[in-house]
Ligand binder design. Structure first.
Ligand SMILES: [Fe+2]
Length: 241
């Protein structure tokens, strides 16, 4: 089975459209989303409808969650909270119901999917290093788990009790190891590469390939300005931070 695994779309329609065109060219059987369909960028409804219409297997991200459960002051930055408030006001009831009904985890075909970590999802903590990854691995029965949340594509590998971290373009999933793969972000990359990121995973060959797709950043930036969203959200897209 060929899976396209995308996440942290964050209401960026131009990035999502470019990624979906790239996916159509390579051909996949199933779309999977590691969460954060909405938040930050100005097209949450359109992105949500596209993801929903593709029959995507989705898990809930923190922005999806906080859009339907308004955040407390400690839960996120002022910029993120302002964008959540804007997003909530620009969705319909059926969108909110969809976001509220998303599961936190999914498992299929020796694959796990969660937004941030399998350790526990209540506080939306990040997997930043090998210690965080090791705590997630303790809850991972499948050979590979796909995550997002940091917007930085990296792979953690656990072999004979040892966890290592690496950047990647392709990964061969050897059966003696477990893998925790961050698929990067479609709509707000933070690895200093402004191109949209997503992953193709083939469960027959057990190969993971990271894809990068350029899109019209300037068009998204213009929409952010017109929407009155914080200008930093436009600026950061140009730098991939
Ligand atoms: Fe995110």
């Amino acid at each position: 089975v060929r899976y396209a695994i995308l996440g942290d779309i964050h209401g960026n329609w131009e990035a999502l459209g470019a990624v979906l065109a790239d996916i159509r060219r390579s051909g996949v059987d199933q779309h999977v989303c590691v969460g954060d369909i909405v938040g930050y960028n100005p097209d949450p409804a359109r992105c949500l409808e596209q993801v929903r219409d593709l029959g995507t297997l989705v898990v809930q991200g923190n922005h999806d969650f906080f859009t339907v459960h308004p955040p407390g002051a400690m839960d996120m930055s002022a910029v993120a909270a302002a964008a959540i408030e804007w997003t909530c006001a620009n969705l319909e009831d059926d969108h909110r119901q969809y976001l509220a009904g998303l599961p936190k985890n999914r498992t299929f075909d020796d694959v796990s999917v969660v937004h941030n970590t399998l350790e526990q999802t209540r506080h939306w903590q990040y997997v930043l290093g090998v210690d965080d990854a090791n705590r997630s691995f303790a809850h991972q029965d499948s050979g590979v788990c796909f995550i997002g949340h940091t917007h930085v594509p990296v792979v953690f590998k656990k072999k004979k009790g040892l966890v290592t971290i690496a950047r990647y373009k392709t990964i061969e999933l050897d059966p003696d190891s477990k893998f925790l793969v961050n698929v990067g972000s479609v709509g707000q990359p933070r690895d200093r590469d402004p191109r949209a990121a997503y992953v193709i995973y083939d469960s027959d060959t057990r190969q993971v390939a990271l894809k990068r797709v350029a899109y019209e950043v300037g068009r998204t930036q213009e929409k952010i300005r017109k929407a009155g969203l914080p200008l930093w959200l436009a600026l950061r897209l140009a730098f991939g931070v």
